[in-house]
Design a binder for this molecule. Sequence first.
Ligand code: F0G
Length: 436
Amino acid sequence: MAAELSCFEEKCRARFPITEAIYNCPRCGGLLEAVYDPPEQSAPMLRRMWRERRTSNAPLDQSGVWRYREFIPFLSSYNCVVTLREGNTPLLESQQAARYGGLDRLTFKHQGFNPTGSFKDNGMTCGAAQALRLGMTRVACVSTGNTSASMAAYASAAGLQPIIFIPHGNISYGKLAQALEYGARTLQVEANFDQILALVRQLADRLGIYLLNSINPFRIEGQKTIMVELMDQRDWRPPDWVVLPGGNLGNTSAFGKALREMKELGLIDRLPRLAVIQAEGAAPFYELMRGGKRAQFSAVEHPETLATAIKIGDPVSWPKARFEVATTEGVVEKVTEQEIADAKATIGRCGIGCEPASAATLAGIRKLTAAGTIAADADVVAVLTGNVLKDPDYIYRYHTGELDAPDGTRLRSTFGNPPVVVPNDAERISKILGDH
Ligand code: F0G
């Protein structure tokens, strides 16, 4: 099957060999995407084959990414694939979260169940495979934490050297700890995500390092499988809405591409609408989409949010994300720090839990149902992007009433659940807990 890189810009659409180590179109500077000839198999054949692979013990089939390899056929051989059994993430329903969001029912697709605890693993197994195929020895990324944790794990598992660049003091300890443990050369730069990305793009060429940020089109291919697995789990019935947080907008681009391609192949019969939720202090995409078709993109110079995963003011993938949101007749919403914090605690109370950026989904749903954009009886899937343990510091502060927003205002501990210090005394403890 022929696979190529294609410029995403409609006016250019230049094609390049799939084996070129490029991140932007050499002709016009546009974003790149992988394009393929259609698969040989029909939609029913693909569905059956993918379902049958769930019972296989072959590593490639056990991966929730490579199981769907006919949908991401950029490799010519699977010898270079390193899988940690990424994907395979559950659909979890919660009545309590649905009620909070103003819905009759709500399903979470929890990407925090991935090997390194975030959706980045779906993309990273593909990025690492492409790096190996190209004969690279070093890979790098700039990250708000999850990409670096994931890249560190996959690169080390693949025998590549991971080099990560992170904004000093601005990523959660859970994520930084993962990068160190998985053996990444870790450089903490005194700059924000957007500034470091510009720096790393210069360095990548100079040092011959392969870049695994989400501008890397193969990461996007891997993240497409989140939507394929979702449809497979729902027996190919698309929901009305797919809600996700937006930061660098790689996931929005990947989901949109996956949905379009599934529809083209006849795997689904209609497109769900995408709802992208941003944090109020880092919402350039919200502003762009609010401005209508002709609006110019304008970066947020000093993005601020406690949801550090999505603290991004100049998202590289905005042209793709704009196209995908428009194609699905989607919407973009923004939510406050308080709304994120309370939605997060609600998801926790359901026994599900997630990191702050992920909770933007439920906060956004609550706003969108209140505004009548999403109907109460709509079939909604919210994608929880990261695990609850990614940012324990945030959780402790929220529950103990010590969580301050970036502007210094103290957030309300609306659903606070502080720990209680008790003496080593059975009598007094039974009093506190209430005798039978
Ligand atoms: N949720 C989590 C938990 C994330 O880590 C990220 C992005 C997003 C949402 C936003 O996804 O960028 O595709 O729009 N984290 C990146 C990182 C930027 O470096 O880990 P996006």
